[in-house]
Ligand binder design. Structure first.
Ligand SMILES: NC(=O)C1=CN([C@@H]2O[C@H](COP(=O)(O)OP(=O)(O)OC[C@H]3O[C@@H](n4cnc5c(N)ncnc54)[C@H](O)[C@@H]3O)[C@@H](O)[C@H]2O)C=CC1
Ligand SMILES: O=C(O)[C@@H]1CCC=N1
Length: 267
């Protein structure tokens, strides 16, 4: 089975990196094309991937065709590959935020099996979180093959398309927000004399462990907060100071802005 990527930017490289680490595909079964050979050529060579001369050539050579371009060019690119997809023999996988199954079918035809996905950058280390929605033509072994791509590089969840906006904020964009939090913790460590490198490792490991506790213990986050905050202790003093500075409101406002922009609002 061959998988082709149209667009070889940050997200496509995160997916390819995860797939290579998980050995889901051999490098020679991954085909790439983007619009600037000088940027994707050296990347493909370094990882032993095949390159194609055009978007249409990627689609012609692949069983799974991953659309990984920015939303503003997605429709034009789909028009370029429509002839390769129209007979319904290949599966189109989109990672484009805000692009619906109906939008895609309007361009490539109603018979094409399509998986709409919204992965996050953590797929690169096999710890991704990907939302998926399949159209009616993607079933059986073809659906299993498309889902396997994302199941080998993290978790997947099937989602109604009208929930992709909130998912995109909570999982697609949130690695940036969580990294912002880790960097803020780390900076506070630097304020008190730790080196940036050591403070970042400490903050990142604490974040990783806390996420594991939420996923693996049967406790909700608030119960875990109470477990850490000793009566009369330092943690409750910190929590109250963070809340006075508006941490929860800041996070919710950030998610509001993310969802608004994903829905086509102003930047
Ligand atoms: N960065 C992230 O964490 C996530 C991104 N996404 C989606 O992934 C898609 C790509 O995002 P990024 O990788 O962040 O952007 P990027 O700007 O890093 O990559 C876009 C790629 O598309 C290529 N491209 C542009 N026009 C093209 C054309 N006409 N034909 C072929 N290739 C073309 C560019 O050369 C580049 O390789 C977007 O639609 C975004 O919504 C989805 C989930 C998470
Ligand atoms: O920033 C963006 O538009 C994309 C969508 C989710 C993550 N990155």
């Amino acid at each position: 089975m061959k998988i082709g990527f149209i667009g070889v930017g940050g997200m496509a490289q995160a997916i390819i990196g995860g797939l290579l680490k998980a050995k889901t595909f051999a490098p020679s079964d991954i085909i790439v094309h983007s619009h600037r050979l000088e940027s994707y050529g050296p990347y493909a060579k370094a990882h032993g991937l095949q390159t194609a001369a055009s978007n249409a050539d990627v689609a012609a050579a692949s069983d799974l065709v991953v659309l990984a371009v920015t939303p503003n060019v997605a429709s034009d690119v789909l028009q370029e590959i429509e002839a390769q997809l129209v007979d319904g023999q290949k599966t189109l996988i989109s990672i484009v935020a805000g692009l619906s199954l109906a939008n895609m079918a309007n361009v490539v035809g109603e018979n094409v099996p399509i998986l709409r996905t919204l992965p996050n950058v953590n797929v690169e280390v096999g710890a991704g979180m990907t939302a998926v929605a399949a159209n009616a033509h993607l079933t059986g072994d073809d659906l299993a093959a498309a889902l396997r791509v994302f199941n080998t590089i993290g978790s997947t969840t099937t989602l109604a398309e009208d929930q992709f906006g909130v998912f995109s904020a909570l999982a697609g964009s949130s690695p940036a927000y969580i990294d912002f939090f880790i960097d803020s913790l780390s900076r506070a460590g630097v304020k008190y004399g730790l080196s940036k490198d050591q403070a970042t490792k400490i903050a990142a490991q604490a974040t990783l462990g806390s996420a594991k506790m939420v996923l693996e213990s049967d406790k909700i986050p608030f119960a875990l907060i109470d477990q850490v905050a000793s009566p009369g202790g330092s943690t409750v003093a910190g929590l109250l100071a963070m809340e006075e500075a508006g941490l929860m409101t800041a996070v919710v406002k950030g998610i509001d802005a993310t969802i608004k922009r994903d829905a086509g609002g102003p930047a």
